[in-house]
Design a protein around this ligand. Structure first.
Ligand SMILES: Nc1nc2c(ncn2[C@@H]2O[C@H](COP(=O)(O)OP(=O)(O)OP(=O)(O)O)[C@@H](O)[C@H]2O)c(=O)[nH]1
Ligand SMILES: [Mg+2]
Length: 320
């Protein structure tokens, strides 16, 4: 891993220098203001070997065996605690793929299975510029927005942050302060009318508009309505943040309500605090959500981790 400390007059120039010296794949590890008013950024670039989940080349030379024992995969899925029907579906598709393609390696079979069963999206996909983050209180919406904004800034995507959180005291101050550090524009919209107007104008200027919403109890209609009004006001991609450690059935029930508000993208949070990912796999399968990224740390500087069939397979197989 290459690590560099970069000092620059401001964050924009610091990011430019990081990109110039380490390339687009560098990750910001920390940033702070120096005593003389400059910005010091520590950035890292992992070696290709460490970065890659992709061992397809290796896979090609694994000798093909006809008889795959599904025992290990079954045990892994049991450990993760999926909704029963989702676990059964994964096993059925895995068996089918193993037979069709004459495969016997657990990871290859599972990866292909997860590719067939789940969808994956890029959180920085600008073809859907308005991303509306929603979820239960404390599920990690604002942190995920801050992390997405950091990555967008790093990729030089013109981005702004919009808060609609008029419920939690201090919620806006926190996000506004963060936008300030990143030198991004910040807007607060108290109601859906203001949001519609703000987004209409913002679409002319930015390629990514990250909208925060108040954390709600999905079992209380008046609270659901609060977010529904914002979600209906703008054409957006709804991103649901789900604490991975949640009870699986609760998570699916909650996600189903947010799906009704237009959410179709899943961003698991607190992956660092849990070993079992049955809740998020079940949400994605039962509510037809695509995975867009994951939060694996409370630290904003650590960014979001990408999710694909390979990283999911790794998580599933490594934890049994
Ligand atoms: N360990 C860990 N902590 C996280 C992660 N994501 C968020 N947190 C922490 O969880 C807490 C809540 O995160 P927020 O981003 O404020 O959650 P929120 O959904 O915006 O909360 P409300 O606005 O109150 O509904 C904070 O202390 C975060 O630092 C994560 O991936 N890992
Ligand atoms: Mg928040």
């Amino acid at each position: 891993m290459k690590i560099k400390n970069i000092i620059a007059p401001n964050m924009t120039e610091a990011f430019a220098k990081v990109r110039e010296q380490l390339g687009d794949d560098a990750v910001i590890i920390s940033s702070e203001n120096t005593a003389d008013g400059k910005v010091q950024v520590t950035a890292a670039l992992e070696d290709d070997f460490e970065l890659s989940f992709d061992d397809r080349d290796e896979m090609e030379i694994i000798p093909v065996q006809k008889n795959w024992s599904d025992k290990y995969l079954r045990e892994c899925l049991e450990y993760h605690g999926l909704v029963q029907t989702v676990g059964e579906k994964i096993m059925a598709v895995a068996r089918q793929i193993s037979a069709e393609q004459n495969l016997s390696d657990d990871k290859i079979i599972l990866e292909k299975t997860l590719n067939r069963l789940f969808r994956y999206a890029d959180i920085l996909d600008v073809s859907q510029p308005v991303k509306l983050f929603m979820g239960t209180p404390g599920s990690g919406k604002s942190t995920a927005i801050a992390k997405t904004a950091t990555q967008a800034k790093f990729r030089k995507i013109p981005t702004c942050i919009v808060s609609t959180d008029n419920v939690r005291a201090g919620a806006n101050k926190q996000l506004e302060a963060f936008a300030g550090i990143l030198e991004l524009d910040f807007y607060f919209c108290k109601d859906e009318k203001t949001l519609r107007r703000t987004v209409d104008e913002a679409l002319r200027k930015y390629r990514l508009i990250l909208v925060d919403t108040p954390g709600i109890n999905p079992f209380v209609a008046s609270e659901v309505d609060r977010v529904a009004r914002f979600a209906e006001a703008v054409k957006c991609r709804g991103i649901l943040t789900v604490d991975t450690g949640r009870n699986t059935l609760e998570a699916v029930e909650i996600a189903d309500i947010f799906a009704g508000l237009g959410a179709d993208c899943l961003l698991p949070t607190r992956l660092d605090l849990t070993r079992r990912i049955g809740s998020v796999l079940s949400v994605a399968a039962c509510c037809k959500f695509c995975f867009c990224a994951a939060s694996v740390s409370a630290s904003i500087a650590n960014g979001l981790a990408p999710i694909d069939s390979s990283s999911l397979a790794k998580l599933i197989l490594n934890q049994a």
